[in-house]
Design a protein around this ligand. Structure first.
Ligand code: SAM
Length: 172
């Protein structure tokens, strides 16, 4: 099972980016996103609404104390950071782990995160975004299985088209 922790959410500044972290986590095969920082009911509602419509039972949960959450996580912790070891050097080792917590930061990442993580890995050594880092990590971890992922109890489903849009309404 793959879980994601998004650190230090700020309601005003991170509304879209935290939503995108959650949507990427869901679409690419994670079970649930946890987030710390400011509690944001609207973020939770919007992620739940997407999960309800598009299926799969994805969850979102607020974590008040990220440190004790990370310390108590029953699996390996992988922190995505531009300062870490390049992912290609570690991914085979990480893939052996079936219960993982992928940690992505916000504006400022506390130094304890580096110490508490089993791996600090980089997705290029350049600054970019938690959304991009998460997507590339999950793609590498699942080796492309996300392209074939089915979402149970979906109310809608896309039928791929060369052109245009086709969405099946699967009912309640
Ligand atoms: N300077 C910030 C810091 O304290 O790490 C970077 C913040 S960045 C906008 C937000 C998050 O995106 C980071 O905490 C990290 O999780 C992710 N990120 C950005 N670039 C990355 C990279 N090259 N490799 C892995 N993760 C990255």
């Amino acid at each position: 099972m793959v879980f994601v922790l998004r650190l230090n959410h700020r309601i005003f500044r991170d509304k879209r980016i935290s939503t995108h972290c959650a949507l990427v986590a869901r679409a690419f095969g994670a079970e649930k996103v946890f987030y710390s920082g400011e509690r944001d009911k609207k973020l939770e509602e919007s992620v739940k609404k997407t999960a309800n419509k598009w299926g799969g039972g994805f969850g979102i949960e607020y974590v008040r104390n990220w440190k004790s959450f990370v310390e108590g996580f029953p699996g390996k912790k992988i922190h995505l950071t531009m300062y870490g070891i390049p992912l290609p050097e570690k991914i085979r080792e990480i893939r052996k782990e079936k219960n993982i917590l992928v940690i992505v930061g916000g504006e400022k990442v506390p130094s304890e995160v580096y110490k508490l993580s089993d791996w600090n890995v980089s997705i290029t050594l350049q600054p970019h975004s938690e959304v991009a880092a998460l997507a590339v990590f999950l793609h590498e971890y699942f080796q492309g299985k996300e392209f074939r992922k089915k979402f149970k109890n979906a109310k809608v489903s896309v039928v791929p088209q060369e052109r245009g849009k086709k969405v099946l309404d699967l009912g309640e």
